[in-house]
Design a binder for this molecule. Structure first.
Ligand SMILES: CC(C)(COP(=O)(O)OP(=O)(O)OC[C@H]1O[C@@H](n2cnc3c(N)ncnc32)[C@H](O)[C@@H]1OP(=O)(O)O)[C@@H](O)C(=O)NCCC(=O)NCCS
Length: 156
């Protein structure tokens, strides 16, 4: 995702998350921290139209899915899975040990996607989303970090 994508991404964000739309300023702040702690991507149709977007924050061994969304007319084609794969791959490249996210308890399609990718519920934030008062489920997926085995030495 680049600054040039923001007008379209911001409009799409308003459609997908009417209760907590990010301002364009918030997106700018995220992109300004790219690539240091952020990795934001867009999915484009063959014609170059933005049909989805997603963002990751990664620091200190932990990564968080900041946002993920697919245009309503293009759901169920694997775009959400492709975006989530891109974020998990980046978390792996950055050697994150775990990826966290928050999801509305009433968001069945998103919960299914995350479960399919090995995320497990680790907590609940009661009435987190306002004004609806819907709970947030906190989910986590541990990543395998490649480390040399204890005691391993090249010279041995
Ligand atoms: C959650 C969300 C991102 C999923 O995006 P998506 O592009 O529909 O996700 P996918 O296509 O990868 O997977 C969705 C379903 O399509 C199916 N699917 C995947 N590839 C497919 C394909 N090529 N053909 C047909 N179906 C397919 C999957 O099996 C999955 O089925 P399931 O829900 O029964 O498990 C999307 O619903 C969305 O944007 N929701 C609104 C915003 C939102 O809630 N974001 C999450 C906030 S936490």
């Amino acid at each position: 995702m680049t600054m040039a994508d923001l007008p379209v991404v911001h409009r799409l964000d308003g459609e997908l998350f009417p209760e907590d739309t990010w301002s364009e300023e918030m997106f700018r702040g995220e992109l300004a921290d790219q690539p240091r702690t952020r990795h934001f991507v867009v999915a484009e149709s063959e014609g170059g139209e933005i049909v989805g977007y997603a963002g990751l924050a990664a620091a200190g061994g932990q990564a968080d899915v900041q946002t993920i969304g697919v245009r309503a007319s293009r759901r169920g084609e694997g775009i959400g899975a492709a975006l989530l794969t891109a974020l998990l791959d980046e978390a792996g490249r950055r050697r994150s040990e775990a990826v966290f996210l928050e999801v509305r308890a009433d968001n069945a399609p998103a919960l299914r996607l995350y479960e399919r990718f090995g995320f497990e519920p680790v907590g609940v934030r009661k009435r987190y989303y306002q004004p609806s008062g819907v709970d947030a489920i906190v989910m986590c997926r541990r990543l395998r970090v490649a480390r040399p085995p204890v005691g391993f030495s090249r010279e041995a």
